[in-house]
Design a protein around this ligand. Structure first.
Ligand SMILES: Cc1cc2nc3c(=O)[nH]c(=O)nc-3n(C[C@H](O)[C@H](O)[C@H](O)COP(=O)(O)OP(=O)(O)OC[C@H]3O[C@@H](n4cnc5c(N)ncnc54)[C@H](O)[C@@H]3O)c2cc1C
Length: 250
């Protein structure tokens, strides 16, 4: 009887409990007018797979707390600190603090890493097809940084939709990778400058033609980007079973 009970208990998946750890802001740097790179020194640095996120919790002097999720932009080999790329939203409670107030020496709390299914490492293979809208590029950037480190021969393409070049995150790095890394191609669309075009079937097909049939596909951004992007990929023949999505809120 007792052993049957324990067998049942052993078979029941237990929720993972993440502890909150103190994290110190060790660097803050403007990346675009609306995005800051924030480096946090914390015990969970280096434990993440590329693409995973952490939760960050702020506590006001009156005890009010707010927590939000942020993808880790840095690669796992740095075990001292990790990098977040935070886009400030109008009236944004947590992103506004990062954009306007955060400075070196500030303390926050973090937990994670979280999100094992939205992650990639060299052993997972490819070709790798990535599509990001706005700040949704952050976990994909981490995957590209990791690819360059451990599996530069795996073909990869990034479809990146952003309002303007000035608002694009890490555009200099992405264009340098496109130029210097054989096997990686950037497909950039600006929705509010130039011809002001959203991603479409032609762009998706161009990315597929460049890398061949993908075995891993990651889509990330706001719902208004992820849903149509997923539809375009499926219409182009990408099997639904290899597509992973992450939605960043509104
Ligand atoms: C898994 C995951 C990873 C994430 N990674 C990142 C990241 O790397 N970088 C990053 O900048 N953000 C990321 N986000 C979004 C982030 O968690 C917050 O939602 C964002 O910073 C807004 O929080 P806030 O407290 O500033 O805004 P809030 O005070 O919660 O909201 C302010 C206003 O903005 C709207 N809003 C909230 N979220 C969004 C959004 N994502 N887009 C548009 N409008 C929104 C709200 O409806 C509200 O009107 C991620 C979200 C998830 C779920």
């Amino acid at each position: 009887m007792n052993s049957a009970t324990s067998a049942t208990e052993a078979a029941t998946p237990q929720p993972v409990v993440f502890h909150w750890y103190e994290a110190e802001v060790v660097a803050v740097e403007a990346v675009t007018a609306f995005v800051k790179s924030v480096r946090l020194r914390c015990p969970i640095a280096g434990r993440q797979r590329a693409g995973q996120h952490i939760d960050v919790r702020l506590t006001a002097p009156d005890g009010y707390r707010a927590s939000r999720s942020y993808s880790v932009a840095s690669v796992p080999d740095d075990s001292e600190s990790l990098e977040l790329l935070v886009q400030g939203l109008p009236e944004g409670e947590v992103s506004g603090w990062f954009l306007e107030t955060a400075e070196v020496g500030d303390l926050v709390e973090v937990r994670g890493p979280i999100g094992g299914s939205f992650s990639w490492d060299g052993a997972d293979g490819g070709p790798l097809l990535l599509a990001g809208g706005g700040s949704g590029v952050v976990p994909l950037l981490a995957m590209l940084r990791r690819r360059a480190q451990v599996a530069p021969d795996i073909p990869a393409a990034l479809i990146y939709s952003v309002r303007s070049r000035a608002e694009a995150i890490a555009l200099g790095e992405l264009e340098a990778r496109d130029r210097d890394e054989p096997g990686f191609s950037l497909f950039l669309r600006t929705t509010r400058e130039g011809e002001g075009r959203r991603i479409d079937a032609g762009l998706v097909q161009a990315a597929l033609d460049r890398i061949g049939a993908p075995t891993k596909v990651f889509l990330c951004g706001a719902n208004r980007f992820v849903s149509p992007a997923a539809d375009l990929l499926l219409a182009a023949g990408v099997p639904a079973g290899i597509v992973r999505t992450e939605r960043f809120g509104a």
